[in-house]
Design a protein around this ligand. Structure first.
Ligand SMILES: NC(=O)c1ccc[n+]([C@@H]2O[C@H](COP(=O)([O-])OP(=O)(O)OC[C@H]3O[C@@H](n4cnc5c(N)ncnc54)[C@H](OP(=O)(O)O)[C@@H]3O)[C@@H](O)[C@H]2O)c1
Length: 366
């Protein structure tokens, strides 16, 4: 007598993969997922993986700006480009900028080897805190693209490896606001570590997401005896006004940070003694030298921007004879998600700004 097997019985459970995800690398063999060209994005969890249903991608700003410019700002074309990348590479890894972003989704399955984790359960809505450049991702459809914020609503699935980090979404903030803040959580957390009482801090790209959060942390750390200076490309943006009116910056300099000579010319008035700490939060390339010129000898330049070039920074500092410490903007710092979200809770005016900018805008149809 024969028994027909139903589909569920035919599915063999997957064993454990590499905790760093190397078992998902298709090309080139031997690479880790971030460095790989192509990942296996099959939406089935290995025993030590978490499978999520993805709702929204927050494409990182340098990447989104590049895609948007290449697509002439057209939401449909941006959606097609994102789909093409994910179909080709099994992940949202922009080949031009090399950067990714992160996602918000709902936990669909937790592999048995991770069942003892007490910080996540099936059904939780979480934000990934590892880059989309190493996250296996499958997209069935792009629903909407918000060209103004880089947030992309999708229907898809993603895999988090055993080593992957994530945060449960907070109850007290709109999801899109939490996503915007968590995407850049490394910046406020690092500024909190690096800035000291009485110092001068210069934030370049001060009116962007990471820039505003960095200014708030810098203000808290340096105190009123210290000084916070922002550099922005345009005057009068809502974020620039917020920074000035609420005293998060003492001065705001309007300058194109790609133009090192223009920044140099502004320094005697803007930063007479130069900065102890420079934080680069821009989303365009070619701003390394201006950042270095703003920093005093023995100071620190923290390059959070994904558009930073190691060679431009290293050779630029050497070329202008600056002995400065330059830090690569690690997206991860211990407790960074908590620090970033707390920055909003501690500063209601900043929370209000983020809610107006990222939380209340209906996304444009793609
Ligand atoms: N290190 C990491 O792990 C990590 C994680 C996430 C993101 N990032 C990167 O961090 C950077 C900032 O991200 P974000 O989300 O904060 O970006 P954002 O919100 O788009 O802010 C970027 C800011 O840079 C300003 N800017 C652009 N061109 C400029 C110029 N020529 N001179 C001076 N300022 C200029 C923009 O001004 P306008 O808006 O007026 O153009 C904007 O205020 C991006 O490069 C992003 O990819 C890094």
């Amino acid at each position: 007598m024969t028994h027909a097997l139903d589909d569920a019985q035919l599915v063999v459970p997957l064993g454990s993969g590499c905790r760093l995800g190397s078992h998902r690398v298709l090309e080139p063999k031997g690479a880790l997922p971030q460095a790989a060209w192509k990942l296996d994005n099959t939406p089935r969890a290995y025993a030590n993986e978490i499978l999520c249903d993805v709702e929204t991608l927050n494409v990182d700003s340098a990447s989104f700006k590049q895609i948007a410019e290449a697509c002439g700002g057209d939401a449909l074309a941006i959606a097609a480009q994102i789909l093409a990348t994910v179909n080709e590479r099994g992940k949202q890894h922009n080949a031009v900028t090399g950067s990714g972003g992160m996602f918000v989704g709902r936990v669909a399955e937790i592999g048995p080897a991770l069942a003892s984790r007490d910080d996540v359960a099936v059904g939780d809505r979480i934000a990934s805190l590892v880059s989309l450049t190493l996250t296996p991702l499958r997209i069935e459809a792009v629903d909407t693209v918000d060209v103004a914020t880089g947030q992309v609503r999708v229907c898809g699935q993603a895999i988090l490896f055993e080593s992957g980090i994530y945060a449960r979404l907070p109850d007290d903030l709109p999801t899109d606001v939490a996503l915007a803040v968590l995407d850049v959580a490394g910046a406020p957390a690092q500024v909190r570590r690096l800035a000291k009482a009485g110092q001068t801090v210069c934030v370049i790209g001060a009116d962007g997401k990471s820039g505003v959060l960095a200014c708030a942390q810098a203000r808290d750390r340096v105190g009123r005896e210290g000084c916070v200076v922002g550099i922005v490309p345009h005057a009068g943006t809502p974020a620039a006004e917020l920074l000035l009116e609420r005293g998060y910056v003492d001065r705001l300099v309007v300058a194109d940070a790609r133009n090192a000579l223009a920044v140099l010319a502004a320094l005697p008035e803007a930063l007479p003694a130069l900065a102890d700490l420079v934080v680069n939060c821009v989303n365009v390339s070619g701003t390394e030298l201006a950042s270095i010129l703003c920093c005093k000898d023995d100071g620190t330049v923290y390059f959070f921007s994904m558009a930073t070039s190691f060679t431009a920074a290293a050779l630029g500092a050497e070329g202008v004879g600056k002995d400065v410490t330059m830090i690569v903007g690690n997206g991860y710092a211990k407790g960074h998600a908590g620090v970033a979200l707390q920055t909003l809770r501690d500063h209601p005016a900043i929370e209000e700004y983020f809610v107006a900018r990222y939380g209340a805008r209906p996304p444009r149809e793609s």
